[in-house]
Design a protein around this ligand. Structure first.
Ligand code: HEM
Length: 376
């Protein structure tokens, strides 16, 4: 006598293709989540979570169907090891995501549970491709059984949404670490505590400490007057040489309260002090052709912002009342509200006004630190 749950199940081929589509959605929403930092982006994370929970049901149906073939070695063929690896990677991605939401944590050297989750999610792409090479079966319309299929999908989404809701209740009741997550899934760490918040770097972006005396910031590109300013000309309340008296006065009053939200799962709210990018651009007489502003680190790491957004951003020398430490990007880092941590460029030496967006920035953020740049 089949259970109500089993009566609602989909045909094997439809389960396989639904898993494929949901995996693609999970990967897509996961990648988009990495660059989503404004509160309006909450839907990306909720869709990712509910989609992931629906995937748990589908993977359960699939593994129930294939378990006999996998548990009996005699039934293995040369593609089975890849299928087993895919099951392990997928269950790992699902499990680590759910564990994170329920307040779990894991120390893996410089990485944590969410890094593991993202890593497994990315590895899964390769394993799925190899799996499909061996097990590809085209979808068939005959597998769609009208009302029953529609009801099954509705039930699936219903189960995912309900599980998502129940997690919130569970976290609230047990006051788990998952209860105070931001819409991005990140947890609060070290807000308002000066430099006392996690130091993380994207990939291998890790230069030697910078000699502040020898350091200078240049403003170039679509400007009528290139600027070159030393630390004293930038640091709030530490007036010194570099640029006009007025510019310096104007420059030294940057203050911004902003949330730094890292894709490895933590966020921190601080009062940042430094120089408003808009003041620097005005002092350099930015031209009308400028549409983007690229911020470049001593390591070659860089990111660009649309000029209107850049104007309101801050180049910070201080967090709270403290000078930035090296790990947090001293002497100067970008504070870009609404952007994720890896876009808050650290160890900034150059600001470039540009007509076009910088096409090479995605490569730069992945290779900086490997190319021998970064001598302080
Ligand atoms: C680039 C890849 C990925 C990124 C950046 C990513 C990011 C995230 C984040 C930030 C969360 C926590 C959300 C929160 O706390 O509310 C999460 C949860 C989750 N993710 Fe991913 N993910 C990725 C890939 C995947 C893949 C491929 C799968 C499916 C195999 C997946 C399944 C899940 C699940 C099941 C959860 C838990 C949902 C819940 O319990 O509410 N993710 N992911």
């Amino acid at each position: 006598m089949s259970t109500r749950f089993e009566r609602l199940s989909l045909s094997p081929r439809l389960v396989d293709w639904s898993i494929f589509v949901l995996l693609a959605l999970e990967l897509g929403s996961g990648l988009v989540s990495l660059v989503t930092g404004r509160p309006g982006g909450w839907v990306v994370f909720v869709a990712h979570s509910i989609g992931g929970l629906c995937l748990v049901v589908l993977v359960f149906w699939k593994l129930k169907r294939v378990r006999k073939r996998v548990t009996r070695l005699a039934a293995w063929d040369r593609a089975t090891p890849v299928s087993v690896l895919l099951a392990a990677v997928t269950l790992g991605a699902l499990g680590s995501g759910i564990a994170w939401v329920l307040g779990g944590s894991l120390a893996l050297g410089p990485w944590g549970l969410l890094n593991l989750h993202i890593g497994l999610g990315l590895v899964g792409v390769v394993v799925v491709a190899i799996h499909l090479r061996h097990r590809f079966r085209p979808p068939r319309t005959s597998d769609i059984e009208g009302r029953r299929t529609v009801l099954s999908y509705l039930a699936l989404v219903g189960i995912g949404a309900l599980a998502w809701r129940l997690q919130g209740t569970f976290n609230g009741l047990l006051k788990t670490a998952g209860a105070d997550r931001r819409f991005t899934g990140s947890r609060e760490e070290g807000s308002g505590a000066g430099n006392d918040f996690p130091v993380t770097s994207w990939v291998a972006d890790d230069p030697d400490p910078i000699d502040v005396e020898a350091w200078e910031l240049t403003v170039t590109g679509e400007v009528d007057r290139d600027l070159s300013v030393g630390y004293d000309g930038i640091a709030p309340g530490e007036g010194g040489e570099g640029g006009s008296e007025a510019g310096q006065e104007e420059r030294n009053n940057g203050h911004l309260r902003a949330t730094l939200d890292c894709t490895s799962g933590w966020y921190s709210v601080h009062d940042w002090r430094g120089v408003r990018v808009g003041n620097l651009l005005a002092e350099a007489d930015v031209t009308e052709n400028a549409r983007w502003v690229s911020f470049r680190s001593v390591t070659g790491y860089r990111w660009s912002l649309p000029i209107e957004e850049a104007r309101d951003a801050l180049l910070a020398t201080h967090v709270g009342d403290e000078r930035l430490t090296h790990g947090h990007g001293a002497p100067l880092r970008l504070v870009a509200p609404g952007r994720r941590g890896f876009q808050w460029v650290k160890w900034v030496t150059e600001v470039e006004a540009r007509e076009r967006k910088d096409p090479g920035q995605w490569l730069a953020v992945f290779v900086s630190g490997f190319d021998g740049d970064g001598e302080g």
